[in-house]
Design a protein around this ligand. Structure first.
Ligand code: GTP
Ligand code: MG
Length: 228
């Protein structure tokens, strides 16, 4: 799987990042996304049918990033549809419910599904939601943290109900994606520079052409909203 480097015309941001929300039905994915997009918590929220997405533009350093978050249905019957939406995602929020051990056990399954359908460099944030229900806790914080360490994931516990750590969870994932992308860009530029230097030494006359290619790339970047 590869990350698309296509440019899209959008003057409002520097990057467009796609991320998916996955995890068992009822763990609170839709309510976490509601909070992140500034809407209210819903005690009576209905299970998501298929997939829905929400955009929110955030600032990381000096960059404006449009985060496009795809909220998927946790119910098994939608699985075939939802995995088809993983394509192109650079990040995932993998949610379990700290009061339902089964939802934690299923994390490995969600993870292998994500890894089958997405880029290996994808940033995955493991979220233990419903931290407001301490009395009914069935999964310890250290268990969540341990699994995250073993699987190389970010980790946080949240409460969509109390709006605790929700903003942090999304922002942390987005800034990690930004880091991954920045590193890739730097590596790509280094490679470009090495190729250019080697070509220039072999064919001195081609130097001018390479410069033009670089000018075009630079102009494109100013056009904004690169979708990766
Ligand atoms: P699917 O769309 O079926 O995959 O479920 P979901 O993961 O989107 O769950 P949803 O957000 O619809 O929440 C399921 C139930 O859990 C609802 O009754 C919510 O009110 C409740 N809920 C969600 N987050 C929290 C939380 O942080 N604390 C508590 N106490 N309840 C929550
Ligand atoms: Mg939902």
């Amino acid at each position: 799987m590869h990350i698309s480097m296509a440019q899209t015309v959008d003057d409002e941001c520097d990057y467009l990042f796609k991320a998916v929300l996955v995890g068992d039905s009822g763990v609170g994915k839709s309510n976490l996304l509601s909070r992140f997009s500034g809407q209210d918590f819903r005690l009576d929220s209905k299970p998501t049918i298929g997939v829905e997405f929400t955009n929110r533009t955030v600032t990381i350093g000096d960059k404006l990033i449009k985060a496009q978050i795809w909220d998927t249905a946790g119910q098994e019957r939608f699985r075939a549809i939802t995995t088809s939406y993983y394509r192109g995602a650079l990040g995932a929020l993998l949610v379990y419910d700290i009061t339902q051990r089964a939802t934690f056990k299923n994390v490995e399954r969600w993870l292998s599904e994500l890894r089958q359908h997405t880029d290996p460099a994808m940033v995955v944030m493991l979220i233990g939601n419903k931290s407001d229900m301490e009395e009914q806790r069935a999964v310890g914080v250290e268990e969540g943290a341990g699994l995250a360490e073993k699987e190389d994931l970010l980790f946080i516990e949240t409460s969509a109900l109390k709006n605790m750590n929700v903003e942090d969870a999304f922002m942390h994932m987005i800034s990690n994606i930004h880091e991954v992308i920045s590193k890739r860009r730097l590596e790509a530029r280094k490679k470009e520079a090495i190729i250019a230097a080697s070509l220039a030494s072999q064919f001195p006359a081609s130097g001018r052409r390479l410069l033009i290619i670089d000018e075009v790339t630079a102009t494109k970047r100013q056009n904004c909203c690169a979708s990766w």
